[in-house]
Design a protein around this ligand. Structure first.
Ligand code: GAP
Length: 483
């Protein structure tokens, strides 16, 4: 299967089977925003639940759910007002707007080489000097002076780069003036920092301890692209782990390993994961790595692990006047903790889990005349713990009371799981419908059920069937879902 086809196929399946729809589709859609459908919301909730369990069902991590709207000073303290920007250039002729670095990346190798050589000659710079000159958005007008606009094709029409802040602004209360501006949070992390003392005291926590949160974040991204990968509204699953600064290296390694293991435990193929070490660091970080997944369009970050030092707590201390520090009653030390952050995108992880699960397999088929052939089976090998529907229940035929038994089994299983009942079409077709949306277990009531209360359980990936007593189904499935 061609790599480029996979995203298209997954996007199409996601819509057809109710995982993800375009936001406001009947109005032509809203760029960079997506809606989760009946299966999508189940799977997204399962991902968030799996993360929450992993991160907070431990002694030293507490959970919170902070408000999306926060005091505007928070974003001054965090550096987002000043630094959370992209350099943008406009074409003076056609008015198209581009991100400066993306424009450079998009140039053909030949054009980029020529531009670099011309500039080197004109400015009499060596390779290193010319690279930093080109990278600096302040030089954009000079750098782009011979470059064609990708939209209208005209030459030398670009303006100087201007900073464009990615935070969405709105107003609190009825008066729309600058004193009432609030921002939609671009990360959930700040809601954790400002609650550091509250949680420490309420949870009677001692260092090292963490605070975890799942929630929406908003960024006015210039280029939204690749389905759920870069969107304007998305969800983050973040944990900030507060430590003594002397232990930062050790905890950074610990959380990096924990987080990679989490993805692997939940079915992401190991060979599809990569650790990218940052050499260019965000304004708050001392060390940073990305956990990358190999999407069909290339490697893309799904989670960042950052050593944010004492940057955030120090800044909030400075801006709020409230001392966000820690007193160690054993060593009698007083200090501002360092923070190791694990920051995953729930929506990006969702996309990685979906693409990772997608497969088209050739399987044997028995035709109505008894002859044999093969057919393509589209299947989502989603880990059972994340699968939106855990089991489907079928009566083999719609007679002899099999429907009633199947309904009763369905109702019983629904006390614990999301279960789908289906009595229409051949059983083979019912299996295919469930394979396509990743249902790990299909339970069939057949004539043997009428004699000994056992049913067949067909496993999605191996397609093997076992007989299980109908009263044991809940424990059978529960065991399989446990990670
Ligand atoms: N608190 C640190 C922070 O927000 P980040 O690398 O900007 O760091 C963390 O974002 C994660 O959030 C990313 O790894 C990604 O999974 C997700 N994310 C960031 N921007 C996103 C966007 N525009 N659309 C979808 N997910 C995004």
């Amino acid at each position: 299967m061609a790599k480029t086809d996979i995203t298209e196929k997954v996007v199409s399946l996601a819509k057809r089977r109710g995982f993800v729809f375009q936001s406001s589709e009947i109005y032509g859609g809203l760029n960079g925003c997506w809606d989760y459908g009946p299966l999508g919301v189940e799977m997204l909730n399962n991902i968030k639940q799996a993360w929450w369990k992993e991160m907070t069902y431990r002694e030293n991590v507490e959970g919170i759910d902070a408000a999306i709207l926060m005091h505007p000073r928070v974003w001054e303290a965090s550096g987002h007002v000043e630094n959370f920007t992209d350099p943008m250039v406009d074409c003076r002729e056609c008015k198209a707007r581009f991100r400066y670095d993306i424009l450079l990346e998009g140039m053909s190798e030949k054009a980029a080489k020529k531009m670099k050589e011309d500039l080197k000659k004109e400015l009499n710079f060596d390779d290193d000097k010319i690279k930093s000159f080109i990278d600096d958005p302040d030089n954009s007008e000079k750098v782009l002076s011979t470059v064609n606009c990708p939209n209208c094709g005209r030459n030398g029409t670009f303006t100087k780069a201007r900073s464009f802040n990615l935070m969405f602004k709105t107003y609190i209360g009825p008066v729309e003036d600058s004193s009432n501006i609030v921002f939609l949070r671009p990360e959930t992390a700040q809601g954790i920092y400002v609650n550091f003392l509250n949680v420490k005291e309420a949870g009677r926590q001692k260092l090292p301890f963490g605070i975890a949160q799942i929630g929406k974040a908003f960024r006015n991204e210039i280029n939204t692209k690749n389905f759920l990968f870069r969107t304007r509204e998305f969800e983050q699953m973040e944990m900030q782990f507060f430590i003594n600064p002397k232990d930062d290296g050790e905890w950074f390694e610990y959380w990096k390993e924990q987080r990679i293991n989490w993805f692997v435990k939940h079915g992401i193929k190991k060979e599809k994961l990569n650790i990218h070490v940052h050499d260019k660091l965000a304004h708050y970080a001392k060390a940073a790595v990305d956990i990358e997944y190999e999407f069909p369009f290339g490697w893309g970050e799904i989670e960042g692990i950052h050593n944010r030092t004492d940057f955030d707590l120090k800044r909030h201390t400075e801006y709020s006047g409230k001392k966000l520090e820690y007193f160690d009653d054993q060593t009698k030390e007083r200090f501002i903790p360092y923070v190791i952050e694990t920051s995953a995108g729930a929506s990006r992880s969702f996309m990685a889990f979906l693409i990772n699960a997608y497969d088209e397999e050739q399987v044997a088929k028995e035709n109505s005349d008894g002859s044999k052939s093969t057919e393509v089976r589209t299947v989502l090998h989603i880990h059972p713990s994340l699968a939106p529907v855990k089991a489907a229940v079928f009566p083999l035929v719609n007679r002899d009371g099999m429907q009633d038994i199947a309904h009763n089994i369905t109702e019983d299983l629904r006390k614990n799981f999301r279960v789908f009942y289906d009595d229409s079409g051949a059983v083979g077709r019912r299996y295919r419908r469930q394979d396509e949306c990743g249902t790990p277990y299909c339970i069939t009531v057949d004539s043997e059920t009428l004699t000994n209360d056992s049913v067949t359980v067909r496993e999605r990936d191996s397609m093997e069937q076992v007989r299980v007593h109908k009263d044991k189904l809940t424990s059978y499935i529960t065991e399989k879902l446990t990670v």
